[in-house]
Design a protein around this ligand. Structure first.
Ligand SMILES: *Cc1c(COP(=O)(O)O)cnc(C)c1O
Length: 361
């Protein structure tokens, strides 16, 4: 037996399962398993990426000044309190690295995003899972779970994979009720899909214990590029910048993300299409006897009668070239998470679920 062993916690990490992308022997497959934008990124973003090919020999900006300025301009935020990372996953990792270690507790909710637990364990801290109320974040349950050892509280709003969200008054009540040493992280990966929601930015600005994370992977259609960002109080951003590698984002990533966020017309078009198709899909599934909670994101959490039925439906959908996401790993064994695709994809899914429910097994 080797005496070379990793730090405590690391071997407790279950490897992250990404959404599948192909089915053996089935052609014309539609991937609806990773909440990607079915329309892809804006033309301006693709053009910026092409141009970046001529700069590949140059090291990128270390301070991400231009991207932070663009984010600040579009969202009305102070660029000095923005930090950019390799996806928001990296911001989540920095937060855990910066604030949680052995003996510390990190709270996430019952059906919360997998990376919170993974990053917590990677730093030797203890993940604490808090129940939700019917697949909705429960502020009282989170406050009741806080202890002197709580350092971070992760809430995705809207949450993945439930698609539900809580209101700004509830977020504020949570921030106000936390123990002195705990930091609230509001993960806004899907905030752009919610008309009139700032992702928690105003709350960040009014307090010293709230951070918001955001991403270019969802509405902006750049999941393959890996760009995310955080917005927080100056003292937290200072910590994250010390942990951040100076060249964590490539030049191509920086200029492409900047072009994407400046193309507000493309973002608005994608948001509107998602809102319309999401409502259509939810209703079509409900008519086939498959209910879902009202989703505020770019996916629907379809509920089946049992784990067996959800798994059988998943198998049937795969045979029809439709890849959705099983979420048993998120304590939702009787559900399937279905990304809102383009209109053709939504029609295919609704039709296939109807066939399945009608006995096509
Ligand atoms: C997709 C997703 C992210 C984004 O991750 P990136 O690293 O930015 O691609 C973050 N949080 C939640 C809840 C997500 O679903």
């Amino acid at each position: 037996m080797t005496k070379i062993t990793p730090q405590p916690g690391i071997m407790d990490i279950a490897l992250y399962q990404g959404g599948a992308g192909h089915v053996e022997g089935v052609a014309n497959v539609v991937k609806l398993s990773s909440n990607e934008n079915p329309f892809g990124p804006s033309e301006a973003a693709k053009e910026a990426f092409r141009k970046a090919a001529y700069e590949l020999h140059r090291y990128p900006s270390t301070d991400h000044g231009q991207l932070r300025a663009a984010i600040g301009e579009i969202h009305g935020l102070d660029p000095a309190r923005i930090v950019c990372g390799v996806g928001s996953d990296e911001i989540i990792a920095f937060l855990c690295q910066g604030y949680a270690g052995p003996g510390d507790e990190v709270i996430h909710t019952e059906h919360g995003f997998a990376m919170y637990r993974i990053s917590t364990l990677a730093n030797g801290a203890t993940p604490v899972e808090v129940p939700e109320r019917e697949r909705v974040t429960d502020v009282d349950a989170i406050l009741a779970a806080c202890t002197e050892s709580t350092r971070l509280v992760f809430v995705a709003n809207p949450n993945n994979p439930t698609g539900t969200m809580i209101g700004e008054a509830e977020l504020r009540r949570l921030a106000e009720g936390l123990p002195d040493r705990a930091l609230l992280v509001i993960d806004g990966a899907y905030a752009e899909y919610v008309e009139g929601y700032d992702g928690g930015a105003a709350l960040v600005e009014s307090r010293d214990n709230v951070v918001m994370t955001r991403t270019f992977s969802k509405l902006h259609g750049l999941g393959g590029l890996r760009v995310g960002w955080g917005y927080g109080p100056a003292h937290v951003i200072d910590v994250l910048n010390r942990l951040r590698g100076p060249f964590n984002l490539s030049h191509a990533a920086l200029v492409t993300a900047e072009a994407a966020i400046r193309d507000t017309a493309w973002a608005a078009k994608c948001r509107e299409d998602n809102t319309r198709l999401r409502a259509w899909l939810a209703e079509a599934l409900a008519e086939h006897g498959v209910p879902s909670d009202t989703s505020t994101a770019n996916f629907i959490l379809a509920r089946f009668g049992s784990r067996d039925e959800a798994e059988a439906c998943d198998t049937y959908l795969q045979s029809q070239g439709l890849i959705v996401r099983k979420v048993a790993g998120y304590n939702l064994p009787n559900c399937l998470r279905i990304t809102v695709g383009d209109e053709a994809a939504c029609r295919r899914v609704a039709h296939a679920v109807g066939q399945f429910k009608g006995g096509a097994r």
